[in-house]
Design a protein around this ligand. Sequence first.
Ligand SMILES: NC(=O)c1ccc[n+]([C@@H]2O[C@H](COP(=O)([O-])OP(=O)(O)OC[C@H]3O[C@@H](n4cnc5c(N)ncnc54)[C@H](OP(=O)(O)O)[C@@H]3O)[C@@H](O)[C@H]2O)c1
Length: 253
Amino acid sequence: MTQILEPDSLSGRRALVTGSSRGVGADTVRYFAEAGADVVVNFRNKAPRAEKLAAQLQELGVRALVQGADLTDPESVAAMMAEIKAAFGGLDILVLNASGGMEGGMAEDYALQLNRDAQLSVLEAALPLMGEGSRVVFVTSHQAHFIRTTPTMPEYEPVALSKRAGEDALRERIPELAERGIEFVVVSGDMIEGTVTATLLNRMNPGAIEERREQAGRLYNVAEFAAEVARAAVEPVPADHTRLVGDTTSFGA
Ligand SMILES: NC(=O)c1ccc[n+]([C@@H]2O[C@H](COP(=O)([O-])OP(=O)(O)OC[C@H]3O[C@@H](n4cnc5c(N)ncnc54)[C@H](OP(=O)(O)O)[C@@H]3O)[C@@H](O)[C@H]2O)c1
């Protein structure tokens, strides 16, 4: 992976990326650490992966705290924030990346629990740790961001609706965040090649990835999209608090 942010540009800053044991979250947390930030690697199930990543990041000379927490469980979130406070004293960057809803064996409303309710409760629990000049980044997909105007695959629709509901609920907090001097930005991207979700959707809808690639011209991979998420945490926030990654013409944008 190439370095995306200026070396040492995040020295002394502290970042939590939810769902950073794998995928986009793992690459994002690595970019922050490469820029000198102390980081929190959060996972739900994949403890060994999270531990391995944290060990690699520590070799860069930063602090890397591993926190297992199911974000749909408020007690688990509170315990994670208490650990972060004790270890780092606060947070400068919160990336709300963790997402789900297509897992089997979960409650019927699990997508809403994770993609809307848990996003709000993580923000709520993190706020006491965040001061002026800190930033919240919410990660979503074009398929979710544009769900009100552009239909998506039926298997992804509940996830898309729940992620859009989460985005809307977070956006309602912008005035309050602004009062506290906390910035907020949404990063939205197309299907990402090589991810579990895209692979699963492609299995259910053979040819879906290829079709999207043709419509969009090209699709981002995990490292490329994570680079956009990392940049969103440091570059000026667009006036509409939205960073759209890649081609959006087929979404009417
Ligand atoms: N995949 C795509 O094609 C795509 C496209 C555009 C945007 N995005 C967005 O990018 C973000 C990351 O996507 P991804 O594909 O990298 O995700 P992923 O590979 O499915 O990883 C999800 C991460 O979230 C964690 N997680 C899931 N449920 C959790 C819970 N209840 N509590 C705590 N952590 C939980 C997982 O932890 P464990 O590993 O421990 O299970 C994992 O670290 C999402 O917001 C997604 O909407 C993805």
